[in-house]
Structures are given as structure tokens and as C-alpha cells.
Design a protein around this ligand. Structure first.
Ligand code: HEM
Ligand code: HEM
Length: 292
């Protein structure tokens, strides 16, 4: 089992490294050339005009149109991803172009604005674009580093084995709890019946399980007055050990879930911010033509 899991993660890592280096950084080179060209044109125009060219200069319109075209194309990746094709590598080319052309917008769109920012819809479009780009960069970091953290955290234990050990521990707590009085039995039930491994997306992402039932059960167990009967005392000591072991397995499983959630979290910014950007950009373009 571990072998199979490790292999899948290696493949995932390789494909995500793969798109960054795709065809000898072809898209990185193309995007860099585009930026150098735009910076060159900006300085030549600024020297000719005697002032920085703004959004309504010919260069401003060119850079604005190229940037808007790129944004619409970049936003189409979601649609492209969902097309089923036999050409696995064509998606890799798309993602490679997506990353580098997406980054080139930092230069192209910034030069388009002529560095004229204010509290208006134009700057809102710009800020949203930067938010999409920054979240994309976080995504690249996530894909590059998290899969190895996943296998490191898990060690030799598979997800299935973690769940099996939790089930086994619950069964053992149940069996050992038999001689306990009502109060002790309620504490054992609290751990067995109410412990949630995961929870909502936010709980998994922050790995905050402050009200974990197993933890509460352990606290209550430790606060119990010393037992009258030796049999009860022995059962309580054994249950405390088992709950402690359960807490350790839970910590491992929850860290695993946290890393998996981090692999998705950036998309919760990247995708909605893309939609907001498309709306603000449409408003920007309409408004500049309305005031023409
Ligand atoms: C077809 C595409 C575009 C066209 C036709 C266009 C047009 C213009 C025009 C005419 C201006 C000058 C407005 C003025 O001086 O009053 C301008 C400024 C600006 N544009 Fe664009 N634009 C386009 C795309 C973009 C994109 C993609 C962004 C960023 C996401 C952007 C952000 C801005 C900003 C921040 C300014 C400065 C606003 C200001 O002067 O206060 N534009 N744009
Ligand atoms: C304004 C620019 C950008 C727009 C509009 C944009 C939009 C999108 C959209 C719509 C998706 C598809 C998400 C899905 O449906 O799962 C996507 C995926 C992605 N974006 Fe962007 N993006 C932009 C810039 C960037 C940048 C600069 C980077 C990296 C530095 C980046 C990295 C990614 C990655 C890694 C994916 C996931 C690809 C995969 O699932 O294999 N994006 N983007």
C-alpha cells in the first residue's frame, strides 16, 4: 500500500515540476521576451512624450488590450482542464504557458496603467489581478513542496492503516471500559462516539481541533478522583494509555488532512478572484469608453 501511495505522490510532484520546466522553459522565455519588449516600448515612448505614457496613449491601449486578452485566455484554463483529451501533455503546455504568461501580466498591466492608481474601479481590477497572480504563486509553492511533506508526515503508515488503528483503539477502549462505573463509562463513550477526525474545510486547514472529544475525555479521565476498587483503577490507567495512543494517531491523520487542504486552499482565492477580476475588468473597459 505504502509503495502505491509513494508512487502516486512522486508522479504528482514530477508532473508539477514538469510544467515549470516544460520544453526547456519555452513559455518562460516567451513571457520574458514579451516583458522586455513592453519595458523597451514604455521607455522609448516616455522619452518621446517627455512623460510616462498612460492608459489612453497608443502604447497604453496596446498593453491594455494584450493584458485583457491574456486574462480572458488564462481564465479559460478552468474550462480547458475539464475537457477530456488523450493528450495529457497538451494540458501540461497549457499550465506552463498559464503560469509564465500569468506572471508577465505584472509587467504588462502595470505599464498599461502608467502607474496611475486611485480609489476607483480601474485600480480595483488591477488589485484583483494581482490577487489572482499571488494566489497562483502560492499554488505553485503548494504543488512543489506539499506532496513531499505528505509522504514525510505519513512515514510508512497509509491512510487506511490510520483509520484501522483508530477503529482498533476504539474497540479496545470499549472492551477495557466494561468494569467502569457510569461516570467512567460515559467518558469512554465520549471518546468512542463523538471524536471527529476531520471536520469542515476550515477546521482541516487550520488543524484546530480544540473541542476534540478524545481530548476532552482524556481531561475528564485525569480529573477523576482516585478509584475505590483496584479493578477500576487498573481499567482507568489502561484507558488513559489507549486514549493517549488515539490522540497520537489523530494528530498524524489531522496533519495529513491539513496538508491535503492546503493543496486546495489557494484555489478558493484563485477562482473566485478570477470571476471578480473579469467583472471589474469589464466595468473598467466600459467606463473608459463611456468617458471617451
Ligand atoms: C482592452 C483592454 C483595456 C483597455 C481598452 C483599457 C483602457 C484604459 C484607458 C483608456 C485608460 C486611461 C484612463 C484615463 O487616463 O482616464 C486606462 C487606465 C487604466 N487601466 Fe486599463 N484598459 C484595458 C485593460 C486593463 C487591464 C487588463 C487592467 C488591469 C487589470 C487595467 C487597469 C487600468 C488602470 C489601473 C488604469 C489607471 C486608471 C487611472 O488612470 O486612474 N486596464 N485603461
Ligand atoms: C490574471 C491571471 C490569472 C488568471 C485569470 C488565472 C485563472 C485560473 C483559472 C480560471 C484556473 C482554473 C482553476 C480550476 O478550474 O481548477 C487556474 C488554474 C491555475 N492557475 Fe491560474 N490564473 C492566473 C494567473 C496565474 C499565475 C500567475 C499562476 C502561477 C504563478 C497561476 C497558477 C495556476 C495553477 C498552478 C493552476 C492549476 C493548474 C492545474 O490544476 O494543474 N495562475 N488559473
Amino acid at each position: 500500500m505504502t509503495q502505491v501511495g509513494g508512487h502516486t505522490e512522486r508522479v504528482r510532484q514530477r508532473t508539477h515540476e514538469g510544467f515549470l520546466r516544460y520544453k526547456g522553459f519555452r513559455w518562460a522565455q516567451f513571457a520574458t521576451a514579451l516583458c522586455v519588449l513592453a519595458i523597451g516600448a514604455y521607455f522609448v515612448t516616455a522619452t518621446r512624450l517627455g512623460r510616462p505614457p498612460s492608459g489612453n496613449s497608443w502604447l497604453g491601449y496596446t498593453l491594455g488590450t494584450v493584458s485583457a486578452g491574456l486574462i480572458v485566455w488564462l481564465a479559460c484554463l478552468g474550462v480547458r482542464k475539464r475537457w477530456i483529451t488523450d493528450h495529457h501533455y497538451s494540458l501540461k503546455a497549457w499550465v506552463s504557458a498559464h503560469v509564465y504568461l500569468g506572471l508577465s501580466l505584472v509587467v504588462l498591466a502595470t505599464l498599461h496603467t502608467g502607474f496611475q492608481f486611485g480609489w476607483n474601479i480601474h485600480t480595483l481590477a488591477y488589485v484583483l489581478m494581482m490577487l489572482v497572480i499571488a494566489s497562483g504563486a502560492v499554488g505553485i509553492w503548494a504543488y512543489a513542496t506539499l506532496p513531499s511533506q505528505l509522504s514525510h508526515n505519513r512515514g510508512e503508515t497509509t491512510r487506511k492503516q490510520m483509520l484501522e488503528s483508530l477503529e482498533k483503539l476504539d474497540q479496545q477502549i470499549h472492551d477495557v471500559a466494561q468494569p467502569l462505573d457510569r461516570h467512567g463509562a460515559a467518558i469512554a463513550r465520549l471518546s468512542i462516539e463523538l471524536t471527529e477526525i476531520g471536520g469542515g474545510f476550515w477546521t482541516r486547514l487550520t488543524n484546530r481541533h480544540g473541542d476534540c472529544a478524545n481530548r476532552r475525555a482524556l481531561e475528564q479521565l485525569r480529573a477523576l478522583p482516585s478509584s475505590a476498587s483496584a479493578r477500576q483503577a487498573e481499567a482507568l490507567t489502561k484507558i488513559e494509555e489507549l486514549m493517549q495512543q488515539k490522540a497520537e494517531v489523530l494528530a498524524l491523520a489531522r496533519r495529513q488532512m491539513q496538508i491535503t487542504a492546503m493543496l486546495e486552499a489557494w484555489l478558493f482565492v484563485h477562482i473566485p478572484a478570477t470571476f471578480a477580476l473579469l467583472a471589474a475588468l469589464t466595468a473598467h473597459i466600459i467606463s473608459v469608453f463611456a468617458y471617451w
